[in-house]
Each structure stands twice: as structure tokens, then as C-alpha cells.
Ligand binder design. Structure first.
Ligand SMILES: NC(=O)c1ccc[n+]([C@@H]2O[C@H](COP(=O)([O-])OP(=O)(O)OC[C@H]3O[C@@H](n4cnc5c(N)ncnc54)[C@H](OP(=O)(O)O)[C@@H]3O)[C@@H](O)[C@H]2O)c1
Length: 296
């Protein structure tokens, strides 16, 4: 067959090809239609994956209908390749109890938590693959776009690992495999970079309040500054992206800051400045020693 004919016959058969390709995609049921459950459902649906959801409250059922995400019925649970529990961490064992009887014998169970170990599934009745799929994103609404973020994957089974990898790529997430033994440290890092960045912003706002500024005005002024610091790190890395008196070796400025801050903010400032000092390897030894004394 000539190349043109082959192309033409493939074109005429394309709906069937597309159907076959779609049928090859794992069937996913999501338990919980909150922020992450919703974002995963909408993202997978947009990527053409067969996905349905099992919300709990009437409100969540209504939200799924408004966003045109199909509800999972008994058959969908039975036929699912992967059942994703997108419920609060503490609700995972209870949600598992409620649905396990209805799952197919080889349906894999996956949670979305960064903190929960895979052993949370140890009481599952059937022997099935377990995994976790933790998007490194602050998801505040089901309609949030996950693409461009990283996702931490873990699984007890090679085939499930490959499916989760495929799911990540379908959602345009960057897969990151995290060994189960490192889970707590990994999650601590994730919390430091997101929730605790907000806590740091709060400390910075309080420092501006010490200077007499209003809280709202302070936050408004600091947000673009924080964004520019992150842009610097993004384009130049941690060491070259660092700015401020520590990296400049301005001992007098650091001293004035510490004198101006109340003890609680001073403690945060000292701790983070000691960390910044590690990112400034080229400071002259006497300047480094003076800063170390001040920041003790
Ligand atoms: N949000 C984030 O930024 C983020 C990022 C990464 C990972 N995660 C992880 O994703 C998971 C879900 O978090 P989320 O932020 O999406 O929470 P969420 O918005 O509060 O949604 C949780 C959903 O779980 C449902 N639910 C609660 N208890 C249930 C139970 N016993 N059985 C069945 N469904 C139950 C709730 O249903 P109703 O509302 O219908 O009652 C709700 O829709 C957590 O493990 C979290 O650690 C969250």
C-alpha cells in the first residue's frame, strides 16, 4: 500500500482508532468532589480519560452536575482500574470502608495526600495495588488548572506506577517519584514552600506594621516583592537569586533590623538569615564571623 493510501485509510478509520485509544486509557473513579478531586476530574476529562466521581454531600453532587462531570455508578466502581480517594487525610480509612465492597477485584487504590504513608491502606480487604498521587499545588478550587506543577507519585506495584505516571502526563504535571521512607521529609519541604511561605508573609507584614503601615497596604506592597524574589530564584537559582543585607555583608543593616524587631519576629529573622548565610559562600571571613555572632 502506498504511503498516501495508508494515510487515507487511517484517516477514514480515525473515529475507530480514537475510540480504541480512548478505551486503552485507564478508567478512573474519584471519591470526593472537593478541590483536588474536582481539579483531577476536570483535568482528566479534558484529556479524554474515562472518569467519574463519587461525591458525598448533595452540594457536591450538584457541583459535579454543574461542571458536567459524570457520577460513578455501581458498574463504574466495579470496572475502575484506579479508584482515587480525594478526601481529607483523616477520612481516607472511612472512605475506603464505604466503597471497598463495590470495587473490582484488581482496582488499585490511590490517595492524594503528601503526608499519609501507603500503609494507610493496610486494612484493605482485597490484595490490590496501592499508590499516592500528590499534586504539589495549592488547589483552592475544583476549576484550578494543575498543569505545570509537579506531582509526587508512590506505588506498591510497577503497573500502577506506570498508570500514575501516564495520568500525571495527561494532566501536564511533572512526575516526581518519592521513596516511601522519605515521605515525611518530602511533605515537610512542600509545606515549607507553600503554607509556611504564607506564614513568612505574615511575619513580613507584621514588621511593616511595626513601622506604622496598615496591614492591607503592607501586604499589597510586599506581594510584588515576594514575586520578584521567586522570579530571581526561578531564573538564576538559589545562590544567585538571593538578595538582601546578608549576601551583601551589610553587618550594620542586619544589626539595625534586629534592634527594630520585637523578639518573636527577631527570632524568625535570625533563623532565616542564618540559612541565607549558607547561600553566600563568597563573603570575606571577618564579615561572615560578624554576621554569625549577630545571628546567634
Ligand atoms: N487542596 C490542596 O491544595 C491539596 C494539594 C495537594 C493534595 N491535597 C490532598 O488532597 C486530598 C483532598 O484535599 P482537598 O483540599 O481536595 O479537600 P476538600 O476540598 O475539603 O475536599 C474533600 C472532599 O472529600 C469529601 N469527603 C470528606 N469526607 C468524606 C468521606 N468520609 N467519604 C467520602 N467523601 C468524603 C468531601 O465531600 P463533601 O464536600 O461532599 O462533603 C469533599 O468533597 C487530601 O488528602 C489533601 O491532603 C490537597
Amino acid at each position: 500500500m502506498s504511503a498516501t493510501r495508508r494515510k487515507a485509510s487511517r484517516k477514514s478509520a480515525s473515529p475507530k482508532w480514537r475510540r480504541r485509544e480512548r478505551d486503552a486509557r485507564p478508567r478512573i473513579v474519584l471519591v470526593g468532589f472537593g478541590r483536588v478531586g474536582g481539579a483531577l476530574a476536570l483535568g482528566l476529562q479534558a484529556a479524554g480519560w474515562p472518569v467519574s466521581v463519587l461525591p458525598r454531600s448533595a452540594d457536591s453532587v450538584r457541583r459535579a452536575a454543574t461542571l458536567r462531570v459524570p457520577l460513578a455508578d455501581h458498574d463504574a466502581l466495579r470496572a475502575a482500574d484506579v479508584c482515587v480517594l480525594a478526601v481529607p487525610d483523616g477520612a481516607v480509612p472511612r472512605a475506603l470502608e464505604l466503597i471497598e465492597e463495590d470495587l473490582g477485584p484488581s482496582t488499585a487504590l490511590v490517595h492524594c495526600s503528601g503526608a499519609l504513608p501507603l500503609s494507610v491502606f493496610k486494612d484493605a480487604k482485597a490484595k490490590r495495588p496501592f499508590g499516592s498521587f500528590h499534586p504539589l499545588a495549592a488547589v483552592s478550587d475544583a476549576r484550578d488548572d494543575l498543569s505545570g506543577h509537579a506531582v509526587a507519585l508512590a506505588s506498591t506495584d510497577k503497573a500502577l506506577g506506570a498508570t500514575l505516571w501516564k495520568m500525571a502526563l495527561a494532566l501536564r504535571l511533572e512526575p516526581l517519584e518519592v521513596p516511601e521512607t522519605g515521605r515525611a521529609a518530602y511533605h515537610a519541604g512542600a509545606v515549607l514552600s507553600a503554607g509556611l511561605l504564607v506564614a513568612l508573609a505574615d511575619a513580613a507584614v507584621s514588621a511593616l506594621e511595626e513601622a506604622g503601615l496598615e496591614r492591607d497596604a503592607a501586604l499589597k506592597a510586599l506581594l510584588p516583592l515576594m514575586r520578584s524574589a521567586l522570579r530571581g530564584v526561578e531564573s538564576r537559582g538559589l545562590e544567585r537569586g538571593l538578595t538582601g543585607p546578608v549576601v551583601r555583608g551589610d553587618v550594620g543593616v542586619v544589626q539595625a533590623h534586629l534592634e527594630a524587631l520585637p523578639p518573636e519576629l527577631g527570632a524568625v529573622y535570625r533563623l532565616l538569615s542564618r540559612r541565607a548565610l549558607k547561600l553566600a559562600p563568597t563573603l570575606p571571613p571577618e564579615t561572615r564571623a560578624a554576621l554569625e555572632r549577630l545571628l546567634m
